[in-house]
Design a protein around this ligand. Sequence first.
Ligand SMILES: *[C@@H]1O[C@H](CO)[C@@H](O)[C@H](O)[C@H]1NC(C)=O
Ligand SMILES: *[C@@H]1O[C@H](CO)[C@@H](O)[C@H](O)[C@H]1NC(C)=O
Ligand SMILES: *[C@@H]1O[C@H](CO)[C@@H](O)[C@H](O)[C@H]1NC(C)=O
Length: 438
Amino acid sequence: MKGAIGFAVAAATAMFSGVMAKPTFSAATAGTVVDPGTVAEMMVTELNTLNGTLVENPITTLGNTMTVRIHHNFNSNQQLYAYLIGRDRNDVPTVLQSNGQYFYPARVSGPVPTKISAPIGHKLSSKGGYVDIQIPDTLSSGRIYVSEGELTFSAVMSDLGYMSLVQPAFVDPQDVNANKFWGFVEFTLNDAGVFANISFVDFVGLVFSMKLTLGSGATQEVIGLQSDAIQKICQGLKEQSARDGKPWASHCMYRSDGTALRVLAPNIYADLHRDMDNYYDSYVNQVWDKYSREDLFINTQGSRGKVPCRVSGNVLKCQGDSMGFPKPTSRDIFGCNSGPFANTGDDLHRNILARLCAAFNRSELLLSGGNTTPSLGSSKYYTVDPTSHFSRLVHKYEVDGKGYAFSYDDVEVNGQNPAGVVAGAAPKLLEVWAGGRS
Ligand SMILES: *[C@@H]1O[C@H](CO)[C@@H](O)[C@H](O)[C@H]1NC(C)=O
Ligand SMILES: *[C@@H]1O[C@H](CO)[C@@H](O)[C@H](O)[C@H]1NC(C)=O
Ligand SMILES: *[C@@H]1O[C@H](CO)[C@@H](O)[C@H](O)[C@H]1NC(C)=O
């Protein structure tokens, strides 16, 4: 990653007219324009690496196989490529080559990412067609990438002697791949079966639909986002910035010609920029004030039923939960894994924190009826400010309402479960549609 993380043009209009003079630091209503760097500059973070020891026993036999069928439904006439990565049965990071065998990055010298030049890109068919790719054996923490044009992956040795497979970094507007459209489906294929998801927890890029066919013949489907969702979400975030002056528009990354390529989720954005730090402050104060005067009921949706909670001494305390919740900061709310929402404590505490987080995210706690949560259902989510406008827009452009927009998006009411997951034993065929299905 070179220098600071991104910049934005002073006004959105400058971007679309193609008059990209000198990029200056962002007005809140501007998008972020990508500026690709080199392979050696690729960032090495938790979000874009797969780590493990170097290979000792390469997988050569066919084990638990599955066919992945990748349909080209993306609005582009350029050649698309797919990349399949994951950890093999021995937990070693690997990439499936176009010859159907696993490729293991060789020892590289030192901390500078070195490009993988083996033929790891699978050429996809022309628009409307598909290709089948056979996964020869189990893969965990897997990803199926699809990109417009070829992507660069690299490898690096850590000081501790293990290898990191370095992937395109969606957070970095200066990633070597930053100018390209790409996205991925996550999956794990093991001896018990397959689990695959489309998730918008960290970002939205090239969109996907999925369909899983099991050996039994049963099928499961997730349609996910509309094909042109990125353009629409980014437009919606721009409009939101124009309304509230908050840097929603900067969550989007654009090519210099104005094409929207990716949008970061606010938890990721808020970690990199600090201009959303006070976003939820007054809302949190109002919630704490309200529930110092009346009970908030968390519906644990289990044997504990509805648990009453009350603020006293600035801490929200729930019956039977010894831990209590101090006021969350905006970053705690966006990330949902720090401060009072750190994933610790007993089952009851974690059950409550997931529901409390979800209620903040969806801005339900001051609504009429919001004193029991979850209870209101998705038509009431994101209806008042402040809220996660990213989640609001992602759900708005989902065709079937499926695909997580945040970590506890599986907190459901009346069987509405927005998780974008397909899973099952003895999988036969996993189909993905690059570009979605609408
Ligand atoms: C992999 O290791 C690198 C250091 O080489 C580290 O920065 C990164 O966070 C690790 N990735 C994961 C997913 O833990
Ligand atoms: C999606 O699947 C991957 C791989 O199995 C897993 O690591 C990740 O936690 C899943 N995400 C969600 C939101 O379920
Ligand atoms: C709120 O939504 C963001 C994405 O919009 C997500 O990353 C975060 O985990 C969510 N926070 C809570 C408290 O659910």
